[in-house]
Design a protein around this ligand. Structure first.
Ligand code: FAD
Length: 416
């Protein structure tokens, strides 16, 4: 049955939900408070990552977080502040940092990543979509024995799951990427991964949706949701109210605040990250995560992107210059002769990753409402997992059997 569906949020998750809802034959409206040209879905590293099988909540993260808490240029930083939502999130995060949680999550993360990567390839096969997608894999490049050993353990788990990954020495990396010399000991090459240029994909998908008749309302802020019993009856915005049969909330890092208007307290914190685009040639042709500094390097369409940091400091887009410098300085240590220009630094942008406490996304309905679906909390994998999330939400709305079991992504799950 065709329904009128309102998708709140026009990042990768919201656009993907709109795409698959439209495919199911629904009438679709997207509402976004921004101009839909910036934010996490535009500034990310563009990786499609079946390799990221270890969730953010993993043993050792609490120790790292505490160690880095007072160093505002470290790759992972929690700004100490008195905030009840942050404290609640932190407790849930701590409970999730267990071996048991990691073991339970490995297969779940791999499966949703593989589904989503296949869907990106389906998008690539659409005659009207022309974006950048390359299947060259991603290097996990290391300088130290400690990082080699740590990633070696991940590689063993990845291999058990059937992912294609191999340990390369420095010379093998050099052969793969002949135009730049990396100052590393070696790298794990996750051939299972791919990379994209997010901005081009987002533009193409928006244009496609508009052509298909999806109604996009930019610069329109949803202020609250009105309900009657177990139905959301109205989506209230700063420029008029909307009524639909189904409502999908895909509002990224802003979700917790919005859902409080209907009595749902979904633990989502913002994890800020930065990106610099270097338009001068760098010779870099292989995407790489620089393991010790946690910087991601991506050869995109027309520029090389350097991105990094995970700064849990609330919902804001304040740029910390020392973090930007730390990303640039780290990158130059891994590539001989690399210079990151002042222009790239001056034009830095940041985005907010929507962080769930256990590193798994929230995909599904809440028991309070029959016509409300939530799609957020994708943390460091939202770019990878957008399309799969959209497909799963559309299946749910259509009352179909979902392509994957949604239990691990339950919006009412417990932690630890
Ligand atoms: C530096 C960096 C690098 C990253 N690299 C990768 C990577 O390589 N691979 C990967 O998979 N992921 C990566 N990520 C994570 C990924 O970018 C995010 O998980 C993903 O973009 C989240 O998408 P989203 O649609 O949920 O949220 P968003 O893109 O934030 O979209 C949410 C939208 O909701 C709108 N909104 C919010 N509240 C309201 C409201 N009340 N009314 C109307 N609209 C509202 C916002 O304006 C926004 O446009 C990275 C993130 C960063 C910051």
């Amino acid at each position: 049955m065709s329904k009128k569906s309102i998708v709140i949020g026009g990042g990768i998750v919201g656009l993907s939900c709109a795409y698959f809802l439209k495919q199911e034959g629904h009438q679709v409206i997207i509402i976004d408070k921004s101009n839909m040209e910036a934010g996490a879905s535009y500034v990310n590293a563009g990786y499609l990552t079946p390799s990221h099988i270890i969730p953010l909540a993993a043993p050792g993260m609490i120790t790292k977080g505490l160690k880095w808490m007072f160093n505002s240029s470290s790759p992972f930083y929690i700004k100490p502040r008195l905030d009840l939502d942050l404290m609640d999130w932190g407790l849930k995060f701590k409970r999730s940092c267990s071996h048991n949680h990691v073991q339970k999550s490995l297969k779940v993360i791999k499966e949703i990543n593989v589904l989503s990567k296949d869907l990106y390839h389906d998008f690539d096969n659409l005659p009207s979509m022309n974006f950048h997608l390359e299947d060259r894999g991603v290097l996990m490049a290391f300088k130290t024995k400690k990082a080699e050993v740590a990633e070696g353990k991940v590689m063993q788990e990845a291999k058990k799951l059937g992912l294609d990954v191999e340990l390369l020495d420095k010379n093998q990396v050099q052969k793969l990427q002949p135009n730049v010399d990396m100052n590393i000991e070696g790298a794990y090459l996750y051939r299972c991964d791919s990379h994209t240029t997010p901005g081009t994909f987002m533009e193409q998908l928006k244009q496609y949706l508009v052509k298909e008749g999806v109604d996009i309302h930019k610069e329109t802020t949803v202020t609250s949701l009105k309900f009657n019993g177990n139905k959301i009856t109205e989506v209230q915005t700063d420029s008029g109210n909307f009524v639909g049969d189904e409502v999908v909330v895909a509002t990224g890092a802003w979700t917790q605040q919005l859902l409080k208007s209907v009595g749902i307290n979904l633990p989502v914190q913002a994890g800020k990250g930065y990106r610099m685009n270097e338009e001068n040639p760098t010779g870099i042709s292989m995407p790489a995560i620089l393991m010790e500094s946690k910087v991601a390097v991506t050869p995109m369409k027309g520029f090389t992107r350097f991105s990094g940091t995970m700064e849990i400091s609330g919902v804001n887009h304040n740029i910390q210059k020392n973090r930007v410098e730390a990303i640039a300085a780290a990158a130059t240590k891994y590539y001989s002769g690399l210079k990151i220009s002042q222009t790239a630094k001056d034009q830095v942008q940041c985005g907010l990753r929507p962080l769930s406490p256990d590193g798994l996304p929230f995909i599904g309905r809440h028991s309070l409402f029959d016509n409300l679906s939530l799609a957020t909390g994708h943390s460091m994998m939202g770019w990878s997992l957008g399309p799969a999330t959209g497909k799963l939400i559309a299946e749910l709305v259509a009352g179909k059997k979902t392509s994957l079991d949604l239990t691990p992504f339950s919006v009412e799950r417990t932690y630890g």
